[in-house]
Design a protein. Structure first.
Length: 255
């Protein structure tokens, strides 16, 4: 039985005070999905003020904010987490991630996972991040990178060969431009089926993220991890309800 040592609020390998399996059943993780920040006219955009309100609330509730990679290790059984956990994923390579979200994440010392579709950056699209900005976020120690494919297409509508290229090309570009080899994949639009999930797994990714409302728990499928989309119209009450439901499940698991 693996044992973990205490650090950042959970148990890691090395400590003999508590076996790994004692903590896993009660853990509930809510994965949040963000797209745009402060962009007028988009339902996928939230204001920086609302985003900071959400960050402050998460911290005030004692919710441990981790990366997608750490959640993956939990699902693999190698990392025990506390009962209430959140993961912040920021999709689509939009420059507002750097100009509006990153300063707030840095201010509050909150780690996040940046899911990048590489074609947008490679083609220097006006609305896209630059590689210099990506490298700065990674260098902060707060930012983990994930692959969000290359062209950001509906993978459940593409051929297997094209999907294989999407999974491998995006990772190779990310590694070449940043020195980081991503270990998780994020399906564009959440679109996936059994064949698409198999492509991600065969490409060597350790997990893949989709869409869904359910909290993540021990035994959740590693290649279909649900994420809750935070939109312009998402109220603090609605966000809090997601974590309230997760905590209720956690309490039931401990009973």
């Amino acid at each position: 039985m693996a044992h973990l040592h205490r650090g950042r609020g959970w148990l890691r390998r090395g400590d003999t005070s508590a076996p790994l399996r004692q903590l896993l059943p009660e853990t509930r993780a809510t994965v949040l999905l963000y797209h745009l920040f402060g962009i007028d006219g988009s339902e996928q955009s939230i204001s920086p003020a609302r985003f900071e309100e959400q960050l402050t609330w998460l911290q005030s509730q004692g919710i441990e904010i981790i990366t997608a990679g750490e959640l993956t290790r939990f699902l693999e059984g190698s990392l025990a987490l506390p009962a209430s956990v959140a993961v912040l994923t920021l999709d689509d390579s939009h420059k507002s991630t750097y100009t509006r979200a990153f300063p707030l994440l840095k201010k509050h010392g909150i780690r996040f996972t940046l899911a990048l579709n590489t074609e947008a950056i490679e083609r220097h699209r006006a609305e896209a991040l630059t590689w210099e900005q990506v490298r700065e976020m990674v260098a902060s120690g707060l930012c983990e990178l994930a692959s969000h494919s290359h062209i950001h297409g509906h993978m459940d509508r593409l051929t297997r060969e094209r999907n294989r290229e999407e999974a491998e090309l995006s990772r190779s570009i990310l590694e070449a431009r940043t020195g980081v080899r991503p270990e998780v994949f994020v399906f564009p639009f959440g679109g996936n089926d059994a064949a698409v999930r198999k492509v991600a797994e065969d490409a060597g990714y350790r997990a893949a993220f989709a869409l869904g409302m359910s909290p993540v728990r021990e035994g959740s499928p590693r290649f279909q991890i649900p994420r809750y989309g935070v939109m312009k119209g998402t109220s603090m009450r609605a966000l809090a309800e997601r974590f309230h439901e997760a905590r209720e499940e956690s309490e039931q698991a401990k009973a």
